[in-house]
Design a binder for this molecule. Structure first.
Ligand code: OSB
Ligand code: MG
Length: 361
């Protein structure tokens, strides 16, 4: 067994601005595992700093190196790895990176594309776009271009104090096209009036308005406003999703496999949500082609019913680390047909963007 962590830094085409800051590079941990003639890949969704959640690249690397890597040395099934890793509390993004590496490995071992390996599939993913904050002119331009390109839903980032101006501007640019907003935890219940003022824009949902680990206040907010609530940061497990659904804190869930300890938990959240009539979609974290391939495989699952934040690679990077980027056709992306995630690593490009590389096993 060989396990390598490549830390890469790739410039984004345009800086991505959210309520928690502006990002102009994607700094990612890409994992490569070689075992019994099979090479598997995965990517941690962490980035440079703990701004989306408390994990970042440094904590994820530390947890993986010190506590997790040894548990994949015999390439166990993903569920077996999670069982072995249960003694490590939290650090779900670190766990997800290795859990997904094992899904790619086992799908490749079977010679099956990951999107089929995980079970019932629609065969393709419905695609939406996540657009960062920018000047009003720029946001009008980007959102109307997204409609023309065939995206099935547009989400725009908002922050406290700019929410109404942003939504009014974008609404007037795209008419009644499906639109959502993502606050990335910028508000509190004291901002109820400001959030209620968005009701008139007929949003498909409002994503994570309140604190990153909150359920109770979201349930209260849901009673006070008409816009449906979608939870992202707050949903870290099936158990947390169950609590959110029971307390009526949300009617939509953004599933990011990299946030919830991987594919096993993602599928379990999606199945439970569908049983309760809760909508699900697959989010993104500006992943390279490696993480993107996982997201698109999951987004094509029959248990996912809403368009995700899974744009083609070219939205993010001039040149990705994969040779076979995704293309969008009529608002859909088809997962790769090769075994596992099906991406071919561009070794020359990977070499160029690598900051450092550590062999862990
Ligand atoms: O909250 O969904 C989010 C990007 C980085 C961190 C958090 C989020 C996002 C996005 C972009 O919205 C989704 C993507 O296009 O990858
Ligand atoms: Mg979000």
């Amino acid at each position: 067994m060989e396990l390598i962590c490549h830390r890469v830094s790739i410039p984004l085409k345009t800086p991505f601005v959210t309520s928690f800051g502006a990002q102009d590079y994607r700094v990612a941990l890409v994992f490569e595992m070689k075992h019994k003639g099979i090479t598997a890949f995965s990517e941690a969704v962490t980035d440079k700093g703990p701004f989306y959640s408390y994990e970042d690249n440094t904590t994820a690397f530390h947890i993986i190196e010190a506590y997790l890597a040894e548990h994949i040395s015999d390439a166990p099934e993903p569920s077996e790895f999670l069982e072995r890793a249960r003694y490590v509390k939290g650090h779900l993004m670190a766990k997800a990176a290795l859990e997904m590496l094992l899904w790619d490995y086992h799908a490749k071992e079977e010679g099956t594309p990951l999107y089929r390996y995980i079970g019932q599939t629609n065969g393709k993913a419905q695609v939406g776009i996540s657009i960062g904050m920018a000047t009003p002119e720029e946001m009008r331009k980007q959102t109307s271009k997204a409609v023309e390109m065939g995206y099935k839903r547009i989400k725009v980032k908002i922050k406290k104090g700019r929410e109404e101006e942003i939504v009014r501007n974008v609404r007037s640019s795209i008419g009644d096209f499906p639109l959502s907003v993502d606050a990335n935890t910028d508000f509190t219940l004291e901002d109820t009036d400001a959030l209620r003022a968005l009701d008139k824009f007929n949003l498909v949902y409002m994503e994570q308005p309140l604190d990153h680990d909150d359920i109770i206040d979201h349930a209260e907010l849901a009673k006070r406003i008409r816009t449906p609530i979608c939870l992202d940061e707050s949903i870290v497990s099936t158990d947390r999703a169950r609590k959110a659904i029971q307390s009526k804190a949300c009617t939509v869930i953004n599933i990011k496999p990299g946030r919830v300890s991987g594919f096993s938990e993602s599928l379990s959240i999606a199945k439970m949500a569908r049983e309760h009539g809760i909508h699900t979609w697959v989010g993104g974290m500006l992943e390279t082609g490696v993480g993107r391939a996982f997201n698109i495989s999951l987004a094509s699952s029959a248990y996912i019913d809403f368009p995700g934040d899974t744009s083609p690679n070219e939205k993010y990077f001039e040149k990705d680390i994969v040779k076979n980027p995704f293309e969008m056709d009529d608002g859909f992306i088809t997962p790769m047909e090769g075994p596992g995630i099906g991406v071919e690593i561009d070794r020359e490009r990977l070499e160029k963007v690598t900051i450092d590389r550590v062999r862990l096993l």
